[in-house]
Design a protein around this ligand. Structure first.
Ligand code: FES
Length: 269
């Protein structure tokens, strides 16, 4: 019995050490090899301990308790006294194993839960903000800056904030319309490229009507009316990015979008 308890205890210790190794590797730079070895050792230890517990500790025998006759004989009393002593010893051993089991399960759970920290930005940041900030310069997808002279009237360009090229939440369609149209930055207006219906890229521009069109389900947005929906299944306007022309002629944002980009979610009215 002692040998079996020793095997289970060793397996539980292996699980504790494996979990501790994983946590240490995670906090000291996240070396994948050591993280994998640690969590694998912990899982193997727990499996061995669980099997040993099931086969060796959980009682299987059926006990038939016969009716006693009193007073018991001296031999019976001696036998029963020995059984009670043995039971107490087993109980003490089991308590130590239970303590090890709790420690092993606790450390394994911690090793599984801690990596949640690495899942990226908090949900509220993803839902409510993009990488656009006041003063963020506007760049093409190759990272080059956009100058006020770069676009002809009635042409469009896909742009990002400097330093966040390719960020899917921050992608913007830059449109140039005649400078004489009020409410523009020297004729430039900028809208989120994510369709407010289901998130497809609003990739088409109809110059004659000054409309942006989503090819997925043909929602049409008015470039000169703050991205209002003209037709299609989208139920709210394309978010507009506030922009200005810097003294160096480079386009830049004056703030983030004033509302979440992309399809609607529970916070919208
Ligand atoms: S995703 Fe744009 S209209 Fe449906």
């Amino acid at each position: 019995m002692m040998k079996r308890d020793g095997i289970i205890a060793s397996a539980l210790l292996l699980a504790i050490l494996g979990s501790a190794a994983f946590i240490a590797a995670y906090f000291t730079g996240g070396d994948r090899l050591y993280e994998g070895l640690g969590i694998a050792a912990a899982a193997v230890g727990l499996c061995i301990a669980a099997a040993g517990w099931a086969f060796w500790i959980v009682p299987e025998e059926k006990v038939v308790d016969e009716v006693d006759t009193y007073p018991s004989s001296l031999d019976d009393r001696a036998t029963q006294s020995g059984e009670v002593s043995e039971g107490l010893r087993e109980l003490t051993r089991s308590r130590a194993l239970v303590a090890l089991l709790v420690a092993a399960l606790g450390s394994f759970a911690a090793a599984l839960i801690l990596p949640i920290r690495s899942l990226g930005l908090a949900p509220d940041a993803l839902l409510f903000r993009t990488r656009w900030r006041r003063g963020a310069r506007i760049v093409r997808d190759d990272g080059t800056l956009v100058h006020v002279d770069d676009l002809n009237v009635d042409t469009v360009m896909t742009v990002f904030p400097e330093g966040a090229t390719g960020d899917p939440q921050s992608v913007v369609t830059l449109v140039r319309v005649p400078e004489s149209i009020p409410g523009t930055a020297s004729g430039y207006v900028a809208y989120s490229r994510l369709c407010t219906h289901a998130g497809c890229p609003v990739a088409l521009y109809r110059a004659q009507e000054r409309e942006l069109i989503c090819p997925c389900h043909q929602s049409v947005f008015d470039v000169l009316a703050d991205g209002a929906v003209i037709s299609g299944p989208a139920d709210h306007a394309l978010p507009r990015l506030p922009i200005e022309i810097g003294s160096d002629g480079i386009l830049r944002a004056t703030d983030d979008f004033s509302e979440p980009v992309g399809p609607g979610f529970w916070e919208r009215g």
